[in-house]
Design a protein around this ligand. Structure first.
Ligand code: FAD
Length: 455
């Protein structure tokens, strides 16, 4: 038995063609999920993606496309064939009239400014970082902030996928349009996305005002602040009464730029936001009792600045301190009460939390598994430094968020399963039906998808 089993395992791991290499250990950015894929495939054409799917079927292996591995959950983990789509990247087509671009699925968001600049285009909104791939970011519902702006996946107008039977499926307004609300945010469960067409906007600048304010002052009129700025967010440092607010106002692309000087940028983003944060987290990890004092210090030294720059420069920043994150979407009106409940929890448990709580907003959208589906949403994200135990904090925060009809970010740590998630999504069964149609044998399954969608 053992001999046959290990022979089978060896056969599965033998690279069948130059398209494949033997699997090796994989881990995600948050260092919380680990996997050992049998094989790694690096296709550079759609035909090669089809060949990967066929090989997987022949060998009885599952397949998982992996982006930049920036999901904190095991959504991208596989012990089957890991498909790295870095070779399927770049700008494939531009419709200048409609301001739509077609991108290879493996394109990283940080490639976009250079690709879109010649056409005077930009993404409508972005999250905190730009390391993700366009397919990875949209597959998990990545979002930024802004009461009138939806998540990245809502900008998808068309997709090309390789499905489980090895066929190439076009999904857009004219072809298989009924699948668009599923495919735009598909959790990697419906097929391997090879191309995405994205609705862009004319390139624009953002005028950023970052400023410390009082915790109660900001929460008391949170919905007004969220409505008054194009892009409003705040960070609350636990154990303090202060929050760092960030308001970004959209300006035309030709408006004068007043960027942070390269030195100022280096000091803020590398030294303050990353270097000092790393030091603070390490000290807080070794001597938790110091955390409240460190956090109070942080509220004094961080973020009191004003500048105007290209949208991507303002939306995103490097994140060099490794952490773990949970983020929940709740109805916008519930944000102040939920944030206060998190504060009460931390105080009641006497925990020492060195990382801030981040609060953002987004407009409602109609993607079936979007955390903002059908409702204007507030996002509350909690973080823990990579060396700290995140589990007790995240579990209790999750209980709070669930009491506010919370929906967890698919790419961030949570403990829910299909039974608890289904009632939170009006179209959950529609999504499962689309999965049954496109992947009836669960070629693209992994334990995470089995947990959140069912077997
Ligand atoms: C430091 C940091 C900051 C972050 N900031 C934000 C933020 O501001 N806002 C936010 O909403 N999220 C944020 N996230 C979460 C992140 O955007 C998502 O987890 C995103 O999915 C990561 O993209 P990725 O390319 O790394 O995808 P991966 O994590 O590699 O994959 C995610 C999913 O996409 C699937 N997938 C990838 N490529 C394909 C493909 N070609 N076809 C089919 N399926 C595919 C994978 O199978 C998997 O299911 C952050 C994460 C980190 C680590």
């Amino acid at each position: 038995m053992t001999t046959t089993a290990s022979k089978a395992a060896r056969t599965a791991r033998t690279a069948p063609s130059p398209l494949f290499s033997p699997g090796r250990a994989w881990t995600n950015w948050g260092r919380v999920e680990h996997a050992h894929p049998a094989l790694i495939a690096r296709p550079t054409t759609i035909d090669q993606v089809v060949a990967v799917v066929r090989t997987a079927r022949e060998r009885g292996l599952t397949v998982k496309a992996v982006g930049a591995g920036h999901s904190f959950t095991a959504i991208a983990a596989t012990d089957g064939i890991l498909v790295d789509l870095a070779g399927l990247d770049g700008l494939l087509a531009v419709d200048e009239r409609l301001r739509r671009v077609t991108l290879g699925a493996g394109t990283n968001l940080h490639q976009l400014p250079a690709l879109l600049a010649p056409f005077g285009l930009a993404l409508e909104n972005m999250g905190d970082i730009d390391r993700q791939t366009v397919a990875g970011a949209t597959s998990t519902g990545t979002h930024g902030t802004g009461a009138n702006f939806r998540g990245l996946a809502a900008q998808i107008t068309g997709a090309v996928l390789v499905t489980a039977d090895g066929s190439v499926l076009h999904v857009d307004g004219a072809r298989n349009a009924e699948l668009l609300p599923a495919v735009r945010l598909g959790l990697g469960a419906l097929g391997i996305v090879v191309e995405l067409t994205i609705q862009c906007v004319p390139a624009f600048l953002l005028h950023a005002v970052e400023h410390p304010e009082g915790f109660d002052e900001v929460l008391d009129d949170f919905s007004v602040r969220a409505r008054e700025s194009d892009h409003f967010e705040f960070y609350w440092w636990p154990h303090t009464d202060r929050v760092m607010t960030k308001r970004n106002a959209r300006l035309p692309g030709e408006a004068p730029r007043h960027p942070v000087s390269p030195f100022g940028n280096f000091v803020e983003e590398r030294v303050m936001s990353n270097g000092a944060l790393a030091l603070m987290c390490r000290v807080g990890h070794l001597a938790p009792a110091l955390t409240p004092r460190i956090n109070r210090l942080a509220t004094r030294v961080y973020g009191d600045r004003e500048y105007t720059d290209h949208s991507h420069e303002v939306f995103t920043a490097p994140r060099n301190v490794r952490f773990r994150e949970m983020e929940y979407a709740i109805p916008l009106r519930a944000v102040p009460e939920a944030v206060r409940a998190v504060r009460t929890l931390i105080e009641a448990k006497n925990w020492r939390i060195s990382f801030p709580v981040e609060v953002r907003v987004a407009a409602s959208d109609d993607n079936w598994l979007s955390t903002a589906q059908g409702r204007a949403s507030g996002y509350i994200a909690v973080h823990r430094y990579v060396s700290d135990d995140h589990l007790p904090y995240f579990r209790e925060v999750e209980a709070i968020m669930r009491s506010f009809e919370g929906r967890p970010h698919w790419g961030k740590i949570h403990f829910q399963d299909a039974a608890s998630l289904a009632p939170r999504y009006e179209h959950f069964s529609d999504f499962v039906a689309a999965r049954d149609r496109l992947d009836p044998e669960r070629l693209f399954a992994n334990p995470y998808l089995e947990r959140v969608l069912g077997a």
